[in-house]
Design a protein around this ligand. Structure first.
Ligand SMILES: NC(=O)C1=CN([C@@H]2O[C@H](COP(=O)(O)OP(=O)(O)OC[C@H]3O[C@@H](n4cnc5c(N)ncnc54)[C@H](OP(=O)(O)O)[C@@H]3O)[C@@H](O)[C@H]2O)C=CC1
Ligand SMILES: CC(=O)C(=O)O
Ligand SMILES: [Mg+2]
Length: 760
């Protein structure tokens, strides 16, 4: 099967499989009980109705209006597919809704309207004003889109934006500014050829003129050829940039010596020869969707000095309005702007252009399978999944709305607003940010036992750059340096130790190991050999205080990585069994699971000890543990080995630690749903809010639970966080990603801080 056929099949299956389409409506309030239903609907719902009747602004308080955007189309210019009608435009509009949600937490109703005339369409949209906080007009052909948008902006009191016009103009402007900088061109001097004189192209041209591009340096084409003053079929908007030049009649002539080509028209209207005829260091934005004016590969293969962009996600430089509309509307909604004005658009352009020049987060590199994305010919604009877009672009837009007087609400605490924006993308990684901030407040020396590995070195660079830790690398110096050079990893001055070669400390470390293990079969000769191993050497460094925490395990199995730490360092005084815990970054906030790693079948006493250790660690992460001991039974509803063991452990915990918030035995859904728990077991000491620390009755259930959450719930897992060793040592999962290693280093630093504080 060809690639094209494959892609077609995949796309159709993606939309058809399961629940058809891409969007569903999800209630945002509890609906579990009769009481909930009485509040959600009749009779309770009458109360907010009457409040809104008395004070219309209360609609923002009691309904979803303030976060609800209409994506509206009549299907007259759907992508580059033309006038395919409203029903056929629905997949695109659902897609826009999906992007609004995942990138900016904005809810969308997509509306495909059977209204061919301008007046009819305007009447429909205007009538919807009570429902929505904003209107995103989409894929409406020129010239009707200009009048529709102008009148709706005049006649409606909520922000209205035709995304194909202004979203596109904003993004291409940011990309053009950056591309010109890289190609050493001045906006005031560039010779620009535009293919397309429709909604998107016209708006781009208007914004470029504001940014300094000169009308006389511009040649524009539509289906009928060059837009010149002799044409009699053009409306005043297009006449405004019609050229008086008589020597040019077609696009091939115009492209000779041009600096920039902007395509917002149709597929394959530009040839390789045309690109070859452009000026030195040309810039080509072939943005027609889904197929550009010239194919990406064709363009880059015909010019080495080109900067090339398309609207597609499968090539570098995706110049697509997805970088704009979610964040522009987020900023506008948050200050309840009455419109989206020029100041807000320019603020978005600048914010997007400048963000491109900041170091790219590792998660973005990972998502695009790139090693080191940075401002350059293949990275002229941020990637859509960059989560900084929401904080930087939305905040810039909101600020411009306030400064230009169209905001009905103001923001004074911008730091809090940015945090609110981050939280919108999920409470899931907030705790990680807090832990990273805690780590940065007192960074520690972290030994990486497997430093002859690209992922470890990349993670070392990140934690060093971010001020989380001072890395110390163990391994062959020449091998490590070779990887550093090969991958362009910037680690600056960094300590590298090769235990295999022996160091001044090796003998001291060997004697210590011999002292601890001489009656357990290790001779001094063997101990000397063992400390040449990087895990033994690293653990010894921690034991002797020449570093603060050890990270290992990327390339070896868990047990063989743990053994040296147990032999060299051992467990905390009084701890018989170590355990492992995972931090799960769920949409409902962090949840800690244990023991997920070490003890196959703990006794009730073991469960008490494990719970106490986990409780201490979670508290050290500045989270108040709310502990549930899990089983398949609720408070004696079933008997059997597991419920009885769990019940006994709970009783022992309650007696030994009267201040601990702990209860059990209970089923997982009762632990995670406080209404359910309260409704059925009002006596439980966990009532009020859900548990955040789950103790499993055995390794099987703990391990299965976290892996299911990862796979089915798409929940990120940080761990295993090792607890019970006398000093901070953390064992990575084999083949962890760079992000997972960075997360574990963050945890190791915080752990080392807790250890240091205890020693004082
Ligand atoms: N990457 C991105 O973010 C975006 C990309 N786009 C893409 O831009 C294109 C245009 O969208 P939009 O402006 O909304 O649509 P419109 O229908 O409003 O405009 C299309 C324009 O392209 C012109 N055109 C069509 N075929 C040719 C051709 N062979 N040569 C020269 N000009 C031609 C039309 O000419 P005429 O006026 O004579 O009919 C018209 O001016 C689409 O492919 C769309 O997918 C749009 C928005 C954002
Ligand atoms: C991206 C977009 O909005 C379009 O191609 O129409
Ligand atoms: Mg569009």
């Amino acid at each position: 099967m060809s690639n094209t056929t494959n892609r077609k099949r995949d796309a159709l299956d993606y939309h058809a499989n399961g629940r058809p389409g891409k969007i569903e409506v999800v209630p945002s309030k509890p609906t579990n009980s009769q009481r909930d239903l009485a509040l959600a609907y009749s009779p309770g719902v009458a109360e907010p109705c009457m409040e809104i009747f008395r004070n219309p602004e209360d609609v923002y308080k009691y309904t979803a209006k303030g976060n609800l955007v209409a994506v509206i189309s009549n299907g007259t210019a759907v992508l580059g597919l033309g006038n395919i009608g409203p029903a056929a435009s629905k997949p695109v509009m659902e897609g826009k809704g999906l992007l609004f949600k995942i990138f900016a937490d904005i809810d969308v109703f997509d509306l495909e309207v059977n209204a061919a005339s301008v007046d009819e369409f305007i009447t429909v949209v205007k009538a919807l004003e009570p429902t929505f906080g904003g209107v995103n007009l989409e894929d409406i052909a020129a010239p009707m889109c200009f009048e529709i948008e102008r009148r709706l902006k005049e006649e409606m009191n909520i922000p209205v934006m035709h995304d194909d016009q202004h979203g596109t103009a904003i993004i291409t402007s940011a990309a053009l500014i950056n591309a010109c900088e890289l190609q050493n061109k001045k906006l005031e001097r560039i010779k620009l050829v535009v293919s397309g004189a429709g909604a998107a192209a016209v708006s781009c041209i208007k914004l470029y003129l504001k940014l300094g591009v000169k009308k006389e340096n511009m040649l524009v084409f539509d289906k009928d050829g060059i837009v010149n003053i002799d044409r009699t079929d053009l409306d005043p908007i297009r006449m405004d940039f019609a050229t008086s030049r008589k020597d040019i009649t077609n696009i091939a002539q115009a492209m000779k010596g041009a600096d920039v080509f902007l395509g917002l028209s149709a597929a394959n209207v530009v040839s390789a020869e045309m690109v070859q005829s452009m000026a030195k260091n040309p810039i080509v934005f072939a943005l027609a969707n889904p197929d550009p004016e010239i194919a990406y590969d064709l363009a880059i293969n015909c010019r080495k000095d080109i900067i090339m962009a398309t609207g597609r996600s499968d090539f570098p430089n995706q110049v697509n309005n997805v970088l704009g509309f979610p964040y522009i509307f987020r900023g506008a909604l948050d200050v309840r702007a009455t419109s989206i004005n020029e100041e807000m658009k320019i603020a978005a352009v600048k914010a997007i252009a400048e963000l491109t020049k900041l170091p790219v987060p590792e998660i973005v590199n990972l998502a695009y399978k790139a090693k080191n994305l940075k401002f350059g010919k293949d990275y002229i604009i941020p990637k859509p999944i960059d989560s900084r877009l929401i904080t930087i672009v939305s905040a810039a837009v909101a600020k411009a709305a306030i400064d230009s007087g169209v905001a009905r609400r103001t923001i004074t605490d911008w730091v809090a607003y940015e945090e609110e924006l981050r939280v919108r993308l999920g409470a899931d990684d907030k705790i990680l940010r807090n832990l990273a901030n805690k780590a940065k407040s007192a960074p520690k020396r972290i030994v990486f036992a497997e430093a002859d590995n690209y992922k470890i070195l990349k993670a070392a660079q990140i934690v060093k750059d971010e001020g989380i830790a001072t890395p110390i690398l163990l391994g062959s110096v020449s091998r490590i340096q070779q990887i550093i050079i090969e991958h362009g990893i910037e680690l600056g001055d960094i300590e590298i130790i090769d235990p295999w070669q022996g160091t001044d400390d090796s003998e001291k470390f060997a004697e210590h190991l011999y002292g601890r293990r001489q009656r357990r079969g290790i001779t001094l000769y063997e101990a000397r050999k063992l400390v040449r191993d990087r895990n033994y050497y690293g653990a010894s460094m921690i034991e002797f205080g020449s570093a603060d925490a050890l990270i290992s395990g990327l390339t070896k199995n868990y047990k063989s990585t743990l053994k040296p730490a147990l032999q060299v360092i051992g467990t905390k005084p009084g701890v018989k069994k170590i355990a492992g815990m995972y931090l799960m970054l769920t949409k409902k906030g962090p949840v800690f699971l244990g023991d997920t790693t070490v003890n196959p079948d703990p006794t009730a006493q073991d469960m008490v000890d494990i719970t106490a250790m986990i409780h201490e660690t979670v508290t050290g992460f500045n989270v108040t543990p709310r502990v549930a001991l899990l089983s398949y039974s609720n408070f004696g509803s079933n008997n059997g080995t597991i419920p009885e063991k769990t019940r006994l452990a709970t009783a022992m915990l309650k007696q030994k630690y009267p201040d601990m918030i702990v209860d059990g035995e209970m089923q997982a859904n009762f632990a995670m749903n406080s209404d359910l728990l309260q409704g059925n077991y009002p006596f439980s000491s966990l009532k009020g809010s859900p548990a955040n620390t789950l103790i499993f009755p055995n390794l099987e259930s703990g391990n299965i639970a976290y892996k299911l959450l990862q796979e089915l719930g798409n929940v990120e897992a940080v761990g295993p966080i090792l607890i019970g060793l006398d000093k901070p040592v953390h064992v990575l999962q084999m083949d962890s990603s760079v992000r997972e290693i960075v997360n574990m280093v963050t945890i190791a630093v915080v752990d080392a801080q807790i250890y240091a504080a205890k020693k004082k």
